[in-house]
Design a protein around this ligand. Structure first.
Ligand code: NIG
Length: 400
């Protein structure tokens, strides 16, 4: 039975049946629809989805599991996290709750801790977090470097994430300017664009830059993205997190895959995003934990922009791995519908990672599935904070 903690190893084709709502996140239906099949069934084999449809038409298989009237969705695709970290910043969070503002300079506390932590210990930390993500139904996780800020420490961060088995890896040497370059930040940008990027390039897919007052300005951020483009790497931007700024326009003009945060947007920013292929990745759990926002999700979607939702799990601005919480906040605080929020946390995340093999339940997709102990997907917002994940398959292997 599902939910009893049994590990299941696939021995052939497996039929999942007894699904009250099979949420396929069909690409062909509108942004406020999910392509849900009532009394649906899925067959997985060798890590892939090989059949999807109403249970009545399901084929014969080697094995079958009756899910007892539960809901099945694609595993969450979390396209923005910062998991390579050591140390503890719970006191900073407590101070914030007592009235202190969130400052990007808190990042330097983690930088200090990371520089004193072995690569093995950093790897263990990422592994522990990945197990926590799986328990919450997340089957794809992106993570970033950005707490090393020397060539050696950024390379160690990237190696730690790779060894831990992360799905998508982003270089964020341009997170903040480290103290040793406080008086000559442009020299630090030279280091990021030159030797640092050269060292990590073979291991990463994306290059990211925090374009914000207190981090990197428009011109500096543009240099980082141009250097990435020259090496053929995909680009991301942290932008418009703490105030309106140039991040969104920069991301769109540089053809970035996504711009993440988007908490403070002008009408021109929304227009630019809706006319572009750049995904607006919203991080409502961070806005909650920094007492900001909500981000203008409704306006973005109504204007036609592509929206993703991610956890931004990190030790400073918001330390949650729960995509279910993110979806609930997107509905309750950002006025997204449940369908829009689920799409953004699955297919939207896949688009923010330039991936077409995850984020949907369809033949040929990776067998990344989560089972909710609920009769339908609306329960994700209706029961915020309640752990509804009953089982998870990742690449066809049951991991929860
Ligand atoms: O996405 N904005 C920059 N970076 C992280 C925060 C990291 C931290 O505070 O440690 C973010 O919120």
């Amino acid at each position: 039975p599902v939910g009893d903690g049994t590990e299941w190893e696939p021995t052939g084709s497996l039929l999942l049946t007894g699904i009250s709502a099979l949420v396929t996140v069909d690409e062909q239906v509108g942004s406020d629809e999910l392509g849900t099949i009532s009394d649906g069934a899925v067959v997985i084999d060798e890590g892939q989805i090989v059949w999807v449809g109403p249970a009545a038409g399901a084929p014969d298989t080697d094995d079958a599991i009756d899910l007892g009237g539960r809901t099945v969705l694609p595993g969450w695709v979390d396209s923005h996290t910062h998991l390579v970290f050591a140390g503890d910043r719970s006191a900073e969070f407590a101070a914030r709750m007592a009235g202190q503002d969130y400052r990007a300079s808190g990042i330097l506390a983690t930088v200090e801790a990371n520089r004193e932590t072995s690569t093995d210990a950093l790897t263990d930390g990422v592994r522990r977090h990945l197990a926590e993500f799986a328990r919450g139904g997340t089957t794809t996780v992106e993570t970033k470097s950005g707490y090393g800020l020397t060539k050696v420490d950024e390379l160690r961060s990237v190696q730690a994430a790779e060894r831990a088995g992360i799905d998508a890896l982003t270089f964020l040497g341009a997170h903040v300017v480290p103290p040793e370059y406080a008086d000559n930040p442009d020299d630090y940008v030279d280091l990021v664009c030159g030797p640092m990027l050269e060292a990590v390039a073979p291991l990463v897919q994306f290059v990211d830059v925090f374009c914000e007052e207190g981090a990197f300005d428009d011109a500096q951020a543009r240099r980082v993205l141009s250097a990435a483009e020259r090496l053929g790497l995909d680009r991301k931007v942290h932008g418009n997190q703490l105030r309106p700024g140039p991040g969104v326009q920069l991301a769109v003009s540089m053809g970035a895959t996504s711009v993440d945060h988007c908490t403070y947007l002008t009408e021109a920013d929304i227009d630019a995003l809706s006319a572009s292929t750049t995904v607006a990745t919203l991080l409502p759990a961070t806005d909650l934990c920094t007492r900001r926002g909500p981000a203008p999700a409704r306006e973005l979607i109504d204007a036609g922009a592509t929206v993703a939702l991610a956890s931004n799990c990190n030790p400073g601005s918001g330390y949650t791995s729960s995509m279910a919480l993110v979806v609930a906040l997107a509905v309750i605080q950002c006025r997204m519908t449940v369908a829009e929020a689920i799409r953004a946390a699955t297919l939207g995340g896949a688009q923010a990672l330039n991936r077409s093999d995850i984020g949907r339940i369809a033949v040929g997709m990776r067998a990344d599935l989560q089972v909710l102990d609920a009769p339908g997907p609306d329960y994700l917002a209706y029961r915020p904070g309640v752990p509804l994940t009953a089982a998870v398959w990742r690449r066809g292997v049951r991991v929860v």
